[in-house]
Design a protein around this ligand. Structure first.
Ligand code: IDP
Ligand code: MG
Length: 152
């Protein structure tokens, strides 16, 4: 279906410190997804709690808070047809140990607790997450030179 949508992606501190930013962003660019916002930020405790509010109370919540705040992360907005689902598929399963080779987690990570990347799980989540990291004027509209070749 040709419906351009937005999704939010966050490269977690392990991706940044392991030198994987370029490699991962490259995969999205080559797929045809347009980077319309991108920045390196530090996730504070309160931002982390809001961001992962759905997991509050779970056994992995505190370790997750330490993980996400352990260093700078790369936040970005990607746009394209079916972007939310496309990115989720490219990321692979949450538990890197079960993620298929060819996926980002399947190629660059080994465990569930250090799984290098977050991507929105729905259009609604994308909206919510984008607004937590970007002001509207930090999201840019432009035309990629390959755009006319990305759909019929
Ligand atoms: P997702 O990132 O694939 O959407 P969620 O279930 O929403 O997966 O979990 C959010 C994040 O919490 C995961 O990406 C991972 O970093 C962490 N996490 C989830 N489950 C566990 C666990 O069982 N142990 C450690 N960390 C976990
Ligand atoms: Mg999730």
């Amino acid at each position: 279906m040709n419906v351009a949508e937005r999704t939010f992606v966050l490269l977690k501190p392990d991706a940044v410190q392991r030198g994987l930013i370029g490699e991962i962003v490259s995969r999205f660019e080559h797929r045809g997804l347009k980077v319309t916002a991108l920045k390196l930020v530090r996730v504070s405790r309160s931002l982390g709690e809001t961001y992962y509010a759905e997991h509050k109370g779970k056994a992995f919540f505190e370790p997750l808070m330490s993980y996400i705040a352990a260093g700078p992360v790369v936040a970005m907005v990607l746009e394209g047809d079916g972007a939310v689902a496309a990115v989720r598929k490219m990321m692979g399963k949450t538990n890197s140990a079960e993620a298929e080779p060819g996926t980002i987690r399947g190629d660059f990570a080994l465990t569930i607790g250090r799984n290098v990347i977050h991507g929105s799980d729905s259009g609604e989540s994308a909206k919510r997450e984008i607004s937590m990291f970007f002001k509207p004027d930090e999201i840019h509209a432009y035309t990629r030179i390959d755009e006319s070749w990305l759909r019929e």
